[in-house]
Design a protein around this ligand. Structure first.
Ligand SMILES: C[S@@+](CC[C@H](N)C(=O)[O-])C[C@H]1O[C@@H](n2cnc3c(N)ncnc32)[C@H](O)[C@@H]1O
Length: 391
């Protein structure tokens, strides 16, 4: 049994806890910006492959009190680094947290890095080098109340990067935030029924693709080329292969099921192109459609009487935009009321005032952070009793 820290954006901890529990994991403890897991390597690999909400999976290799700065180095130099890495590996150290002694993370990272390099050099006459962009091994150090925890980052690059998405210099929702929004809706129930999923302002299509991955039981990590454990000396290649094969079987079976209908729309043809490319990268071009269309023309063409509509409409606060945005939100409410009676509807926005004037009472509201920006998810049921005005 090992100790793992499964990190997530602040605020997502209870959802991550639920997700990990639903994966059958035991020995979980919810904490600030992470869930702690007492488990096996297989558990940790499973989280890397299957968690839709996590950012990183850190495996603890040492923890020690650190009251003086020098102790950071003297303790870290004593760790058996050669059981984890090869002398010529490229490494990077992430350092976070603060104490009275170590209040500068660059300094802390430097000390740990020096300790690793000196340890390896003394034993082998060779030395690992630092590579921030493409390291073989990512080491994580966290100081909390005069205690330092050293971990290996099994995920490598943050798990929210599913690798189906092209980097086009736009600012789309992070994939794990999109998955977290869906987790708060009724999607996990709706997706097992003959329903549909529509995002009328889909941008790069993140919500549609994440909803589809969930419905088709596709592991979000299946598209990634690289994980942090691949260069780790104790990496269990056979175990990982077995998990990948199992995920492939689940994907094939998932796609054979009768899946809901998936549609994304955007007024901007460039965004629709990007969404289509992303869908193709995920190998799912036959399972969803993206179409250029103004919200004004939105119709229920799915034939489904139940489903989920969820959007992350623009909420920019530039001068003079307020009126146009109010109109857009009001149009969104009017269209969903007219065309999607009986459906669940979600609006995710950074400007809650825009949802106040749309003539519908939310059934639930949830707070999130989109990066550093406080945002809210408003959930509505398309039913008269929640409407303020006539249809
Ligand atoms: C904040 S972005 C959505 C980002 C998306 N969730 C993602 O992950 O990429 C809002 C989108 O609404 C689209 N949009 C704005 N007004 C629209 C309208 N009247 N009809 C359809 N789409 C519109 C914009 O083109 C933009 O792509």
């Amino acid at each position: 049994v090992k100790t793992f820290f499964i990190t997530c954006p602040k605020g997502l901890e209870p959802l991550l806890f639920e997700e990990l529990t639903s994966m059958g994991l035991k020995g979980l403890k919810q904490s600030l910006a992470h869930v702690e897991l007492q488990g096996s390597l297989e558990d940790a690999y499973r989280v890397c492959l299957w968690s839709r909400l996590a950012n990183r999976v850190l495996m603890m290799i040492d923890r020690f009190p650190c009251l003086k700065t020098e102790q950071l180095y003297t303790k870290a130099v004593g760790i058996d680094w050669l059981s984890h890495l090869s002398p010529d590996d490229k490494i990077v150290v992430d350092f976070s947290g603060m104490s009275e002694m170590i209040n500068h993370s660059v300094f802390g990272a430097q000390k740990i890095k020096d300790a690793i390099v000196d340890h390896v050099r003394r034993k082998t006459d060779r030395r690992p080098s630092v590579d921030k962009d493409n390291p073989d091994l990512r080491i994580n150090a966290r100081v909390y109340q005069d205690e330092v925890t050293i971990s290996l980052d099994l995920s490598g690059e943050s798990l929210h990067r599913r690798a189906y998405r092209l980097d086009m210099g736009i600012a789309p929702l992070k994939e794990n935030l999109a998955a977290a929004l869906l987790w708060r809706t009724q999607w996990r129930k709706l997706m097992t029924e003959p329903t549909a999923f529509v995002d009328p302002l889909c941008g790069s299509g993140t919500l549609v693709i994440e909803a589809l991955l969930m419905a088709a039981d596709i592991a979000p990590g299946i598209f990634r080329k690289k994980f942090g454990f691949e260069a780790w000396k104790q990496h269990d290649v056979q175990l990982w292969q077995r998990l990948l094969e199992e995920a492939e079987v689940r994907r094939e079976q998932g796609l054979k099921r009768t899946l809901p209908i998936f549609q994304g729309y955007d007024i901007d043809p460039t965004m629709v192109d990007i969404a289509e490319q992303n869908l193709k990268h995920a190998g799912l071009e036959n399972y969803a459609t993206f179409t250029t269309q103004d919200l004004f023309d939105l119709k229920n063409t799915t034939g489904a009487s139940k489903g989920l509509i969820i959007s992350n409409p623009p909420y920019g606060a530039r001068l003079g935009e307020e009126k146009a945005l109010n109109e857009l939100y009001e149009l969104f409410a009017r269209k969903t009321r007219q065309e999607f009676y009986g459906w669940q509807v979600g609006i995710f926005t950074g400007n809650v005032a825009l949802c106040a004037k749309i003539g519908m009472r939310p059934v639930k509201k949830y707070k999130f952070f989109n990066g550093a920006l406080p945002c809210e998810l408003f959930l509505y049921e398309m039913d008269e009793k929640y409407f303020f005005t006539e249809k």
